[in-house]
Structure formats: C-alpha cells, structure tokens
Ligand binder design. Structure first.
Ligand code: EPS
Length: 398
C-alpha cells in the first residue's frame, strides 16, 4: 500500500480534514494521542484572538476501530468553532437573495507576502478571500493530526521527535544541536513549559519583550526552529534517485509549511563557509561519529545519528500597520487589508515541523520495510537491524 497524506478545509469553513493512507493495521491509537499534539500547536505567546475561540480536537471518520488502526485510509475531522460566526460568508450554496453591495467580508486589498495577489490572478477570483481561506495556516491543524498518528507509529520503533525555538524576532537562544551545552534528553518536556518554546531562559524573556513591542507597533515577527528526531535507523531514503533522497524530501515537506522560507540540515549554510576537515563527521570504531555536523543524513540516507533540521519562518504577512498595495477592484493605490491575526506563530511552527518530519520519516520507513500489519513491519525492521548489527565491527557495537 502506497503511503499518502492530504488535507482539506478552509480557515473559516466548517472544518478541516486530514487523510492518511498506508498506515499498517494494529497500531494502538486514541483521539487523545492526536489531541495532545493539536493542543501543543495552539499554544505559544504571540498568537491572536482566534486561538481563544478554537479548542481543536479530532473526530475519527474512518480507519480506526476499538483503539487500533485497520490498515484502511484514516480520516480525521477537526471542526472550526469560528464557523458559527462565518456561516453566511463561507456558505457553500449560492445566496438566493444576494446583497447588492456584493459579498460580505470581501478582501480586495491583497497583503504583500500572502497568497492573496498571485492566487487571485491565477484562479481568476475577484475576492481574495477565495484564496486566503485555504492559504491560511489554519490548514496545519490537519497536518498536525496526521503527524500525530505518524509519531505514534514511529514511537513503536523508538523514534522520538522534538523541537525548540532557536531564534525569534532576531533574538538567538544559546542552546541547540550545534552548541556546546547538551540538549535535554526529552526536548519537548522542557520546550513545552516555555511560552515561546525556547530552552534559553534569558533569550525567552527578551523574545517576549520583542513580541510585545511588535504587537504595540502593529508589526509581526519571524524566527527559526530546530527540529530533532532521535532513534532514526540508518538507511532511510536513498542515494539512487533525486526524489528518493531523504534530505530533499525533508526540505520539500518543511518548506511547504506556510511562511517557511528556509530549511537547513545539520550545519546547513554554515558548512559552505568551512573547510572539509571542519565539516565532515569522522567515523569511529563501531561506526559511531564524534560529531554530527551533517545533521543525520549522508548521500540522501539517514546515518543513524540524530536528524537535526532548522526551519526558518518569515514574519506573518497580515500587519495591523499595513503595507502599501493596489486595490483589485479599483486598480488604485491602497493600504493592505488588516484582519485579526497573530504577531508570531514561530512556537506553533515547531509543532507543525515535527508533524511534517514525522510524516516524511513514516513514508520512508514504510517504503523500506513495508507490511500490512504492525507485527509484519516490526519483523521486517528487526531483520534489517540484525543485518546492520552483524556488519558492525566486533567488540565495538553500540
Ligand atoms: C491566519 C490568521 C489567523 C490565525 C490563523 C492563521 O486566523 P484568523 O484570521 O481567524 O484570526 O489565527 O491560524 C489559525 C486559525 C490556526 O489554527 O493556526 C492566517 O491568515 O494564516
């Protein structure tokens, strides 16, 4: 069964749907496993009023019975509570008595940086709401739901994924995979205690000050999140074809998160500034590495070292002190639309990036090991790990 993942839904529509295909039968799962992740995504200092309205949780539509997956497509539904306020604006059926003034809550002043303008021209829409409703980062709630199921599967193989905010609003945390101080063993246990998911208390205080200042100025802030997967076995992905390379697949998946503009693995761009002797991770007895500057992939395959990915998010493009734009209706100069929005969503983006990482790793795991049932998948993984162990130099196996 080919692994597939998709989402449907608009920001102020009835709800969001996430669909996963190819998850083997027999994986224990409950709505609570998914809802925990949805709650984590809703948090973070700097979010707007919408998060006070929503209280995200899933309803299973298919693919799960008596607390276990069936091997059939898994569909999850998350209702939008805000729909109550948007039913007329977002109604699917044509209005029998249309308002002569035109549609309510139209958006005709596209926001620089948002999908509004390119989408309105491409899809030939007079109202940019037809674009922004789907371009909205609300869609990521369905990604996180699918990612939660994938995380549950990966945990069966001792793969743990966590993240923390490495930079926000120009403030850099003095903690991370490339810093001397060790990261906590369970990153999320610590990061989730911080209102901005930052592991450096001093940086956290300054980040909060900057979020408050940006809010007062009607501005927004971006930042960088570091996502780490521990316990990934050697050999996921492949060097043989461009589209089977794990690093390329991770970059695509993470770059697809709204407002993400950059993805780095390990040293990333910094590797380009160093000599080879200061970049590559020497191979020690037992195939261990003294360093992990590569960030867990070589030749498009996982190395067995922690997977370390940094994801950069631009500031949100809805500004309360708006930028210049052009009105789609009049063609004349205007101020971009300001709608209720967040000052920053970088802490939430970390949770979304964890989900996308989990989805890519699950796809790569299932592609390599196959299996219709979890028991079969486990046998296949165990057989492979025994084969790898047999190749590990004697007396030095980790
Ligand atoms: C978003 C704008 C805000 C955010 C939203 C993403 O929503 P609203 O326009 O309803 O105030 O809160 O994010 C979410 C709803 C969410 O669940 O993350 C945008 O324009 O991208």
């Amino acid at each position: 069964m080919t692994f597939r993942f998709t989402t449907a839904g608009e920001s102020h529509g009835r709800g969001l749907v996430g669909i996963l295909e190819g998850i083997p039968a027999g994986l224990p799962i409950s709505a609570a496993d998914v809802d925990i992740e949805l709650k984590r995504r809703q948090g973070g200092y700097g979010r707007g009023a919408r998060m006070k309205i929503e209280s995200d949780h899933i309803e299973w539509l298919s693919g799960v019975r008596a607390g276990e997956t069936l091997g059939s497509p898994i569909a999850m539904l998350i209702w939008n509570r805000d729909w109550d306020h948007w039913q007329d604006v977002m109604a699917p059926e044509a209005d029998a008595t249309p308002d002569p003034q035109g549609r309510r809550r139209q958006v005709t002043r596209p926001r620089p940086g948002h999908a509004d303008l390119a989408g309105s021209l491409k899809y030939d829409r007079a109202d940019a709401r037809d674009i922004l409703e789907r371009a909205s980062a609300r869609e990521t709630v369905a990604r996180v739901a699918c990612g939660a199921v994938c995380k549950k599967l990966l945990r069966e193989f001792s793969v743990e994924i966590g993240s923390h905010v490495a930079e926000l609003g120009g403030v850099t945390a003095n903690v991370g995979a490339q810093h001397a101080a060790p990261l906590p063993a369970h990153i999320n246990d610590v990061a989730d205690q911080s209102p901005v998911r930052c592991l450096d208390k001093e940086a956290e205080a300054e980040i909060i000050r900057r979020i408050d200042a940006a809010k007062a100025a009607g501005d927004t802030l971006g930042g960088i999140v570091e996502v780490i997967a521990l316990g990934v076995p050697v050999g996921l992905g492949s060097h043989v074809s461009w589209d089977s390379k794990l690093d390329g697949r991770l970059a695509q998946a993470l770059m697809s998160i709204p407002a993400v503009k950059g993805v780095e693995l390990g040293l990333g761009f910094e590797a380009a500034r160093r000599k080879g002797s200061e970049v590559h991770d020497e191979i020690m007895p037992g195939f261990a590495r003294a360093t992990n500057r590569a960030g867990g992939t070589e030749g498009g395959m996982s190395t067995g070292e922690p997977l370390v990915v940094r994801v950069a998010m631009k500031p949100i493009s809805t500004l309360m002190s708006p930028l210049k734009t052009v009105d789609l209706k009049t063609g004349g100069p205007a101020q971009a639309q300001s709608e209720r929005s967040d000052v920053t969503a970088v802490p939430a983006m970390g949770v979304i990036a964890e989900a996308m990482l989990a989805i890519v790793l699950t796809e790569a795991l299932l592609e390599k090991f196959g299996g219709d049932a979890l028991s079969e998948l486990k046998r296949n993984v165990d057989g492979y790990l025994a084969q790898v162990r047999a190749r590990t130099p004697r007396g030095a196996a980790s």
